[in-house]
Design a protein around this ligand. Structure first.
Ligand SMILES: O=C(O)CCC(=O)C(=O)O
Length: 263
């Protein structure tokens, strides 16, 4: 299986329309990959709070439409990262979309843990309520978003629903780049799963982004990592070949999950 994680530079110098068109072209350029992954809120910016209300879209809006078409043209599975979704009844959600190679919307995940404490997502968005694990040709895929990475109980809940790989789009700040790298590996080791974590690059909303998109195997080995860190990051397409059967093999060879206690 070939995966391409597109670590997008999100910055205010580029209009949302231009970025949408540029990202669609980047997805189309990944033809030959099996799975393409984009970061969290790449169209408006994870810290561009003022843009969320005016730029929110429904699930059949221009961003979803462009991503569906790009997945189809490239003939890839596309985890299109997340967008600000406007629910017809009012609230905004931070919503991730997974498209199949025929352009069909295969899964929708609304971010459960909102980042920002008393501001940002926590103030402006509603929390998702549904754990999301879906079948794909690469195994059962669990969907989580950015701050969710800090909550192991969500990953256990996905494991209990059969998850074998996790895809995690993010807009994770450079200031906490080491947390990002550590937590991506921790989730892979504790759930004995593959983790594909795609972050944004550049600076938006005044917040430099960590980059360091990463693919981790169930042993915690980093299979590929993009540029970035505490001093900032730039756009990069991270392509990696992986064997999804490593998950079943690892769980059989080193069966720690069998020793779980429930109380
Ligand atoms: O947990 C963190 O340090 C960053 C989380 C975040 O930026 C987000 O969820 O958007």
């Amino acid at each position: 299986m070939r995966a391409s994680l597109v670590q997008i530079d999100v910055n205010e110098a580029e209009s949302v329309d231009d970025r949408r068109a540029r990202v669609a072209a980047l997805v189309r350029a990944q033809r030959g990959a099996d799975l393409v992954v984009l970061p969290e809120l790449w169209n408006l910016g994870g810290f561009a709070y003022d843009a969320w209300q005016p730029g929110a879209e429904p699930l059949d809006g221009p961003t979803a439409e462009a991503m569906s078409a790009a997945a189809k043209e490239a003939n890839v599975w596309l985890h299109a990262g997340s967008m600000v979704e406007r629910d017809p009844d009012g609230p905004l959600f931070n919503t991730s979309l997974l498209f199949a190679p025929d352009g069909e919307l295969h899964a929708v995940y609304r971010k459960i843990h909102r980042f920002g404490f008393d501001s940002g997502e926590a103030a402006l968005m509603a929390a998702g309520q549904e754990v999301c694990v879906v079948d794909t040709p690469f195994g059962r895929m669990g969907l989580a978003t950015c701050y969710d990475l800090r909550f192991p109980e969500l990953f256990r809940a996905m494991l209990d629903r059969g998850a074998e790989l996790f895809v995690v789009p993010a807009a994770w700040p450079a200031r906490r780049a080491e947390h990002w790298a550590l937590l991506a590996r921790a989730r892979a080791v504790e759930e004995q799963a593959l983790v594909l974590a795609c972050n944004t690059a550049g600076t938006h909303g005044g917040v430099p982004q960590a980059g360091r998109s990463v693919v981790v195997d169930p042993w915690g080995a980093v299979l590929a990592e993009a540029n970035g860190g505490e001093s900032g990051s730039s756009e990069e397409v991270l392509t990696v070949d992986l064997d999804p059967s490593v998950v079943a093999r690892t769980r059989e060879e080193f069966p720690v999950l069998r020793d779980r206690q429930k109380w």
